[in-house]
Design a binder for this molecule. Structure first.
Ligand code: UGA
Length: 430
């Protein structure tokens, strides 16, 4: 099929290259000429393991093209995906300016029947809004359908997630409107749920909010475990073995961050408010998440007898491993908190340091984990990169001022680090 994908962020670019790889003719569109040139040269504007291989293969084999014009790409396509960003506005509600702009450009390119697919995370009612924009631009109703097809990929495993989705959600006014999309996804051989537009839009928000709720739930339990000498890892295993609960997203830690869960929980609260519903449960999910890193730093402050003048070696800056993304990363919140309590933060991250350099933070950056720990009063693990799992703690013990480690992601065993004389503080353990 001939497909245009508007937007080359995580969702758009990954969707574009995945659909090209499945044998479709895809045009990826971005209004930023630098991104267009970069992709055309086989490189990726986002950090995502494996994506450049997909870009070059599909460019070389002629299935992938890149363009700066959404209107032109629409003209040449049967299906157009709108996959632009919907960042949070100041009040937490999603900013859909880019979706509106994309819809207006798409309208200019429709001269034959075109299926317009909303893949961006958008508030309920946005599908209807896109249809209205097309009509206002003079596109006849017979020439288009707008459907919602939310994306569930995770940064760091985006290509695998796109090729192996648990489910495909299609929100459409009629089964006929959904038919072409069902055909497009047929090679993936995954369950497809066809529903109305509003429900599809809600499913996307509800999924991210439910995941956030699971993590906040286990983080609330981590506080109880710390108080009663329990072990939150075992509690998570114990409840996760119940198939009605499931083991995923029960990893206690410093809380959820990134560009999606914080944005979508805040967005859902605002969307619910706009419908006259006060989503109190979700507000508490957010409050628990905000409290979690503060509480861990309280423990650190208590152990070190204050943070004033202390240097903390922070391992990890990205909001999770396998990404350079620092949007809403817990590392930044924690660094600010430590600084506010009089301490200094020195950090190392395998890929996210350039993004931190571009911000105005007071975090000093080291070339590697060992340099980061040199002379530190305590070590704090924030992002569970694989390369932090097998560090030489014998060597780190000779570098640090105090052999005290705060494990914010539960990757170290107290026994194995104890052998090197380290005192280990773990979230969810006494
Ligand atoms: C999330 C969803 O998982 C995807 O399904 C969705 O498509 C995506 O948002 C989106 O809306 O685009 P992502 O933001 O890439 O994906 O990251 P996750 O893997 O969900 O992790 C989110 C945060 O939760 C991270 O800070 C991670 O450290 C934290 N987390 C995750 C935990 O603290 N514990 C866990 O058990 C799992």
């Amino acid at each position: 099929m001939r497909i245009a994908v508007i937007g080359t962020g995580y969702v758009g670019l990954v969707t574009g290259v995945a659909l090209a790889d499945l044998g479709n003719d895809v045009i990826c569109v971005d209004n930023n000429p630098d991104k267009v040139a970069l992709i055309q040269s086989g490189r990726s504007p986002i950090y995502e393991p494996g994506i450049e291989e997909f870009i070059t293969r599909n460019l070389d084999e002629g299935r992938l093209r890149v363009s700066g014009s959404a209107a032109e790409a629409t003209q040449q396509s049967e299906i157009v995906f709108i996959a632009v960003g919907t960042p949070p506005s100041a009040d937490g509600s999603p900013d859909i300016t880019a979706v509106v702009a994309a819809a207006k450009e798409v309208a200019k390119g429709i001269s034959k029947y075109t299926l317009v697919v909303n893949k961006s995370t958008v508030p309920v009612g946005s599908g209807e809004m896109v249809a209205d924009l097309l009509r206002e631009a003079g596109v006849d109703d017979s020439l288009f359908d707008v459907v919602s097809n939310p994306e569930f990929l995770r940064e760091g495993s985006a290509i695998w997630d796109t090729m192996n989705p648990d489910r495909i959600i299609i929100g459409a006014k009629s089964r006929e409107a959904a038919a072409r999309l069902i055909e497009l996804y047929q090679p993936l051989d995954k369950p497809v749920l066809v529903t109305d537009l509003q429900s599809a839009e809600l499913i996307k928000y509800a999924s991210n909010c439910f995941l956030a709720m699971k993590i906040s739930f286990i983080n609330a339990l981590s506080r109880m475990c710390e108080a009663c000498d329990g072990n939150v890892g075992d509690v998570a295993k114990g409840i996760g073995l119940d198939h009605r609960i499931g083991p995923a997203f029960l990893g206690a830690g410093l809380g959820w961050g990134g560009s999606c869960l914080p944005k979508d929980t805040a967005g859902m609260i605002r969307v619910a408010e706009s419908m006259g519903y006060d989503f109190r449960l979700l507000k508490e999910v957010v409050a628990i998440n905000d409290e979690q890193p503060r509480h861990f730093i309280d423990r650190m402050e208590e152990r070190l007898g204050g943070l004033s003048g202390k240097t903390i070696a922070m391992l990890g800056l990205a909001f999770k491993p396998n990404t350079d993304d620092i949007r809403d990363a817990k590392a930044l919140v924690i660094a600010e908190d430590i600084r506010a309590r009089g301490g200094k933060v020195r950090a190392f991250d395998p890929v996210a340091m350039d993004n931190v350099r571009a911000l105005d933070t007071q975090i000093s950056l080291s070339d590697n984990a060992y340099a980061c720990c040199d002379g530190a009063d305590a070590v704090l693990l924030v992002t569970e990169w694989n390369e932090f799992k097998q560090l030489d703690f014998g060597k780190i013990g000779t570098l640090v001022k105090n052999k005290v480690l705060f494990d914010g992601r539960r990757i170290y065993s107290k026994e194995s680090l104890g052998k090197f004389g380290f005192e280990v503080f773990t979230i969810g353990s006494p």
